[in-house]
Design a protein around this ligand. Structure first.
Ligand SMILES: [Mg+2]
Length: 321
């Protein structure tokens, strides 16, 4: 059995790893990735250098810091953490930038996300950062739901923005609590995910599409046609979950597959990396990738430290786990 603390480390470092592997291909079509690289198995040079992360990991760091500091989600503290960690060079989405501007101008954390677009953003900004919530509340679905809501609404108040984050958080939770030496029961995994969705949820048909696609050998084009690969939650979260379920036996294959889907590659691979890292644990992340991850004040070593602090908090919450 792999120690749970290694799974927490795998989740957070899996996010960084997927984010860094995917970032240089952001916006590329699956066909052009295939043509130019075949499969992307090595860290390529990126905007901010090889192994650097984007907004996905930066916001995940803010969320983990605030969870540890406040022993759970505290909206006001978390909003402040998002603001303090914000580095525009990391490539934030339009909705999140708008919400952060509103927060900076004094709008409350409960309000900011609601004033973005008509009904709030349904981009994947709340999903991409949610991994620490998936770890911390992996044994308590009700607490997980509440934490997803409070951490998402600050920037992504649209019901789909939040539901995508819930789906991603729960996928991480299921992976963290699963035994990596046993094959994943795909039907059970998908049924569990479905159980948290609203009645008319647009994610339902995506889960059904996954069920159809998984037993066969669908080409990338077919998968992208069915699930999508853009920055909306309704496409990118299913794409990430599918990448994991299709390649559940191997962390590297999961993340390489996710990047190969093209589109919002950094976020899809970051989310797929979080689930696979939570399932397999840190030792499954290839050493040649780990050594290339950015260091510095809030680099990979810091992220691992946060994961360990999050685990300490988890053991306080669930001493007999
Ligand atoms: Mg990004």
């Amino acid at each position: 059995m792999i120690a749970l603390v290694e799974k927490f480390c795998g989740t957070l470092l899996g996010t960084h790893t997927g984010d860094a592997l995917g970032m240089p291909l952001e916006g590329a079509s699956p066909g052009s990735i295939q043509k130019n690289y075949g499969q992307v198995r090595e860290m390529l040079d990126a905007r901010l250098g090889v192994g650097t992360y984007t907004d996905d990991t930066e916001m995940m760091i803010a969320l983990a810091e605030s969870l540890v500091r406040c022993r759970g989600v505290n909206g006001a503290d978390l909003a402040q953490a998002y603001l303090e960690n914000f580095n525009p060079l990391r490539g934030y989405g339009a909705g999140t930038r708008k919400a952060l501007e509103l927060l900076r101008s004094g709008v409350s954390w409960e309000e900011a996300g609601k004033r973005v677009f008509e009904q709030g953003s349904y981009g994947n900004g709340a999903s991409m950062r949610i991994a620490p919530v998936g770890c911390l509340y992996s044994r308590d679905l009700e607490k997980l739901k509440e934490a997803v809501h409070l951490s998402s609404v600050i920037t992504h108040a649209h019901p789909w923005g939040e539901e995508g984050a819930l789906l991603q958080a729960y996928a991480v939770a299921l992976a963290v609590q699963a035994d990596p030496w046993q094959e994943i029961d795909v039907d059970h995994f998908l049924a569990s995910l479905e159980s948290v969705l609203d009645e008319g949820s647009p994610f339902r048909e995506k889960l059904q599409a996954m069920q159809r696609l998984l037993p066969g050998e669908p080409g990338i084009e077919e998968v992208v046609l069915e699930l999508g690969n853009d920055s909306r939650t309704v496409t990118s979260v299913p794409a990430a979950i599918f990448s994991f379920l299709k390649n559940a036996a191997d962390f590297e294959e999961t993340v390489v597959y996710a990047v190969g889907l093209g589109g919002d590659t950094d976020t899809i691979a970051a989310m797929a990396g979080a689930i696979a890292g939570g399932f397999h644990g840190k030792p499954a992340i290839p050493e040649r990738w780990l050594t290339r991850l950015e260091r510095g004040a809030k680099g990979a070593d810091y992220i691992e430290r946060l994961a360990r602090e999050l685990y300490d908090l988890y053991t306080d919450f669930y001493p007999h786990a």
